[in-house]
Design a protein. Structure first.
Length: 466
């Protein structure tokens, strides 16, 4: 691939080749996952469970989303701290959680992905700053929350071309870096090296990912990006003051008040950037407030987190389609707070002759999902009903086939019964780490099962069906 376009035709071909390589080869997970997230939140029958499932497949994404959900700018601090993705979806709503997911996904995929990590972080910081400014401007213009969040996403992804170039642009990134170090104007340098702007590269990538709806070139987004660049030198430089006056005129308010609001937005963006794991160098007013640490690779028991998660269960499910969120939140609590490697909720099929894994979380979740596909009969149902919680070493022979399938030396079972009918079964083990299932773990598992079952029984009859 030539490093420098020699004419318009060559430059155009090279530019499209770069965009195609990034979208198809270098970032295989980002586009499809992003598309799935947007589909889950844009569908007419948008489901919190669908969104939670997308997030929970990726432990890194889960950790970043929870850290961001608890950042100070969302007001979820202290005793109100959210510890499960399912609860975050309920508390924040689908549109804000989508914005957080897309922000976290961009950071997880791109931050620190190349030798130009400092430029990647600067670009991510500016993008997050622009997105927060755009959302705040939309809300102050009395736009709907949904519209404001869509503008947030549009602003964030409007910089995806710049971020991707620094990660995967190879010789193009090297040449652009050289030009910028010489003090060249960024837009001129982009056209000289690429034959087009980085904004155009963003549009190409979004088109390749079938996300054209997120490139509307809204004037608010353009203004947000200009603000984020101008503010890098502080709010008192001439370009920043001119943009502040422009915003003040849009909002029909005092310029001094507008500058305070813009500075507050910048601090909010810095908190969000830090929560997502980005050093917010490009954001004025960057803060270094302590934030919750990411979840370790092996979940450890945490009694305080167990109590918070158990409390959260009570406010997760309020309608028929939210019952899966209750079960998902229950499994999250078992995994993250009780410290169980992998957990599952299995559902009986309508014919009641087969048990199938419906929700699976934790380490080696895919393997567990495949193992928990079992024939079912009255003998196994009677054995499971006999005790509220069973350890495999004390379980009757009717259930022995389950541990043979999962390969666990020790595991926990629990029936899920509503109005006398066995609906399904909870399963948990520590097979991946080979850690023992001690009494504390067993009691934590029992507490979550009991709480979920108690809440489910209290739901209106229509809410439990299906």
């Amino acid at each position: 691939m030539p490093a420098t376009p020699t004419n318009d035709a060559t430059g155009n071909a090279a530019f499209h080749s770069l965009a195609q390589r990034i979208s198809e080869q270098e970032m295989p997970a980002f586009g499809p996952t992003l598309h799935e997230l947007l589909h889950a939140t844009d569908a007419d029958e948008a489901s919190g469970q669908q969104v939670a499932e997308v997030i929970l497949r990726d432990p890194g994404l889960t950790s970043r989303v929870l850290r961001a959900a608890n950042a100070a700018h969302l007001g979820l601090t202290g005793d109100s701290r959210v510890v499960t993705v399912s609860r975050a979806v309920v508390v924040l709503g689908l549109n804000p959680i989508r914005s957080l997911c897309i922000s976290a996904l961009a950071v997880e995929t791109l931050a620190g992905a190349s030798r130009y990590a400092h430029r990647v972080e600067q670009a991510l910081g500016r993008a997050l700053h622009a997105a927060v400014q755009v959302r705040a401007l939309a809300l102050r213009q009395q736009r709907s929350r949904e519209s404001a969040e869509r503008l947030f996403v549009e602003a964030l992804l409007g910089s995806i071309g710049e971020i991707a170039l620094w990660c995967f642009g190879e010789s193009y990134a090297e040449r652009l870096d050289q030009q910028l170090q010489l003090g060249r104007d960024p837009e001129q340098a982009e056209h000289e090296v690429l034959g087009a702007s980085l904004h155009k590269l963003s549009r190409e990538l979004l088109h390749d990912w079938r996300l054209d709806a997120l490139q509307a070139d809204s004037p608010e987004v353009t203004l947000g990006h200009r603000l984020s660049r101008a503010a890098q030198q502080g709010w008192d430089n001439a370009p920043a003051r001119a943009l502040t006056r422009q915003v003040a005129n849009l909002l029909r308010q005092d310029e001094a008040l507008t500058q305070r609001q813009l500075a507050d937005n910048a601090r909010e963006a810095a908190v969000l950037a830090q929560a997502l794991g980005v050093a917010p160098h490009a954001i004025p007013g960057a803060v270094q407030a302590p934030l919750p640490e990411p979840e370790p690779s092996l979940p450890e028991p945490d009694l305080a987190q167990q109590l918070r998660a158990l409390t959260e269960l009570a406010s997760v499910a309020s309608s028929r389609r939210e019952l899966p969120l209750l079960l998902e939140a229950c499994l999250e609590g078992m995994h993250r707070a009780v410290g169980i490697d992998r957990v599952a909720f299995c559902l009986l099929n309508p014919a009641r002759d087969r048990l199938l894994a419906r929700i699976v979380l934790g380490i080696e979740a895919d393997a567990l999902r495949g193992a928990l596909d079992l024939p079912w009969d009255a003998a196994r149902e009677a054995a499971l009903r006999a005790q509220p919680v069973l350890r495999d070493d004390a379980a009757p022979t009717e259930l022995a086939a389950i541990t043979e399938r999962t390969g666990a030396q020790a595991c926990l079972f629990a029936a899920f019964v509503l109005e006398g009918n066995l609906i399904g079964m909870f399963y948990a083990d520590r097979a991946p780490s080979a850690r023992p299932l001690d009494d504390a773990v067993r009691e934590g598992f029992r507490a979550f099962v009991s709480q979920a079952q108690l809440i489910a029984r209290g739901l209106p009859r229509a809410a439990r069906a299906g």
